[in-house]
Write a protein that binds this ligand. Structure first.
Ligand code: BGC
Length: 371
């Protein structure tokens, strides 16, 4: 699919460091959520990118692990940034456009101990880290500063199921959101200074809330605004594109749609609906994540096809979508749920680390080719 003369549509898949690399020690590891060897992507990235290329992708989203880059406060590890330089080069050599996430839920232990994103110092630390990374990866064009700030703060400071594990802490919750907004703004300025051509955004989880006529209708609208739009509105002037992570819809009735292995309702039309909502920002949109846990690979191909079809419908109606990244390229460590859920286009045998391409990955290849 050609977007216009200059921009080709980006097709690919996404991963994040802690979920696939292996050998990382960060605040999650300390909290007992150890991803161990994960999918050993740290040493197998070239082989994995060969597969992505073979599957017809022309872009790839991955994240940089802050705890590798700055294992101690203010001490930056040259070897580790060199590793990510090799990752970027490996993608470029295979014709895959790198889409680089700078923060995907994980923190160095020293940062967590200093108060994490609850602390106002977080903004300074984050900016300094971003500066180091971007200075060393000057030729990367697409940057995602922060992945899903609302999901992170909810799980960490409301539910308390993610590090730092602080349930029902409204003050911490609001402080962390405020600091994440500031952190993004500062980071975007740094990135633009280093590379004026860079395109900067965040990956924002957006839920499609189906209209339900009930007495709390207005309360729902408020919740919808808070979850979907508040953060994006706050950073409006500091983003070149909107990154959209779309997984599911919500309504108060019982789920009647088919579900994934995690019980998440499959509702592709929701992607069309939320793209319609994001149109008002008048910026290019990249679907930075969309995927399904489906160990048997029975529903994935249809899932991808239907979401792409609804995305195309939105595009035909004038929504400026420029890329789609399936979550995920590989099976990976699904945070507090561990290794059970299987999101990968590529199956990983965690004992042998052998990769096996799932059938749906070939269908995705077909959809890409014929788009
Ligand atoms: C996150 C991923 C996660 C995926 C599936 C997204 O919210 O960015 O890290 O694996 O959802 O749960």
């Amino acid at each position: 699919m050609k977007q216009n003369n200059k921009n080709f549509f980006l097709w690919g898949a996404a991963t994040s460091s802690y979920q696939v690399e292996g050998g990382i020690k960060n605040d999650w590891t300390r909290a007992g959520f150890d991803s161990g060897r994960a999918a050993d992507h740290y040493s197998r990235f070239k082989e994995d990118f060969d597969l992505a290329k073979e599957l017809g992708h022309n872009a790839h989203r991955f994240s940089i692990e802050w705890s590798r880059i700055e294992p101690e406060e203010g001490k930056f590890d040259k070897k580790e940034i060199e590793h990510y330089r090799k990752v970027v080069t490996a993608l470029q050599e295979r014709g895959l456009e790198p889409f680089v996430t700078l923060w995907h839920f994980t923190n160095p232990v020293w940062f967590a101990e200093s108060g994490g994103f609850e602390s106002p110092k977080a903004v300074f630390y984050f900016e300094r880290y971003i500066n180091f990374v971007t200075e060393n990866l000057k030729d990367v064009k697409f940057w995602i500063t922060i992945n899903e700030p609302m999901v992170y703060t909810k799980n960490s400071y409301w539910l308390g199921i993610w590090p730092p594990g602080r349930p029902l802490s409204p003050l911490s919750y609001f402080r962390a959101i405020k600091n994440l907004i500031q952190a993004h703004k500062k980071a975007s300025v740094v990135i633009k200074k280093v590379n004026p051509r860079a395109q900067v955004g965040i990956a924002k989880n957006i839920i499609y809330f189906e209209e339900d006529k009930h007495p709390w209708h207005y309360l729902q609208k408020l919740g919808e605004y808070w979850w979907n739009e508040y953060f994006l509105n706050k950073i409006f002037d500091h983003q070149d594109f909107v990154g959209l992570n779309y997984y599911f819809h919500k309504h108060i009735r019982r789920e009647t749609h088919p579900v994934s292995d995690l019980g998440w309702g499959i509702y592709p039309e929701g992607l069309y609906q939320v793209l319609g909502v994001l149109k008002k920002y008048n910026k290019p949109i990249y679907v930075t994540e969309n995927g399904i846990a489906d160990a048997k690979d029975e529903k994935r191909a249809q899932f991808i096809k239907d979401h792409i079809d609804w995305m195309k419908k939105a595009m035909a109606e004038g929504v400026d979508v420029r890329g789609y990244f399936y979550w995920s390229l590989l099976d990976n460590f699904e945070w507090e749920k561990g290794f059970g859920p299987r999101f990968g286009l590529i199956e990983v045998d965690y004992k042998t680390m052998r990769r096996k391409i799932r059938g749906s990955a070939y269908l995705y290849k077909y959809f890409i080719k014929h788009s």
